[in-house]
Design a protein around this ligand. Structure first.
Ligand code: E4P
Length: 218
């Protein structure tokens, strides 16, 4: 399973990269706004800065919602760096655009996915990644991890033209990462706090303290 970080914060991207386990990055307009990035030139520069840190897929989201706009914006984003993956919302024109990008060898991440039906459409259109938002599903009283398992099952028994990868998004906790790994996610995109949360266990801390104490007797 690949690990992506879900942020536009360069310091956090560097910290995760230095751990040695980072495979890629996802961003979205809210995450970019949180970093105070605005204006086309600054947005483009920020994506390039991210690509300079991580040598892996970097999802950059289009802001257009019509077919022609998505295609134009996606091509501009792709031209910024070979590692850019064009992030496209799960809407009618988005699906048409994903099909077009797939036929033109441009990688896509179909975002805002909340059902198995949407995941089937994304795979049919040839998306490189499909992003079910599991935290937001949990917030709405459904089980986000169940959706990952359902999509993994469907993608396993069906033969879609593209080998669409399941990118579990809207991860909120370390346990989400573990459960997504069990359920068959190909990728998890997580905040830094959830990645670092995987390190934690009180018995590790107690055991290390004891070893260091006993080491003084050596
Ligand atoms: C995915 O690519 C999205 O950027 C992200 O995971 C959404 O997470 P949120 O529900 O915490 O905003």
């Amino acid at each position: 399973m690949k690990f992506f970080i879900d942020t536009a914060n360069l310091a956090q991207i560097k910290e995760a990269h230095e751990l040695g386990i980072l495979d890629g990055v996802t961003t979205n307009p809210s995450l970019m706004a949180k970093e105070g990035i605005s204006g086309a030139d600054n947005i483009a520069k920020h994506y390039q800065d991210i690509c300079d840190i991580v040598d892996g897929p970097v999802s950059a989201e289009v802001l257009s919602t019509d077919f022609a706009g998505i295609i134009e914006e996606g091509q501009k984003l792709k031209a910024l760096h070979p590692n850019i993956v064009v992030k496209v919302p799960m809407i009618k024109d988005g699906i048409k655009a994903i099909k077009w990008f797939s036929e033109n060898n441009i990688k896509t991440n179909c975002t805002l996915v909340f059902s198995a039906g949407q995941a089937i459409l994304a795979a049919k259109a040839g998306a490189t990644y499909v992003s079910p938002f599991i935290g937001r599903i949990d917030d709405s009283n459904w089980d986000g991890v169940d959706l990952i398992a359902q999509i993994a099952h469907i993608y396993g028994v069906q033969q879609f033209e593209a080998k669409t990868k399941i990118l579990a998004a809207s991860i909120r906790t370390p346990l989400h990462i573990v459960k997504c790994a069990e359920a068959g996610a190909d990728v998890v995109t997580c905040p830094l706090s959830s990645i670092l949360g995987l390190l934690k266990h009180p018995l590790t801390d107690l055991g290390l303290a004891q070893f260091l104490e006993d080491a003084k007797k050596l």
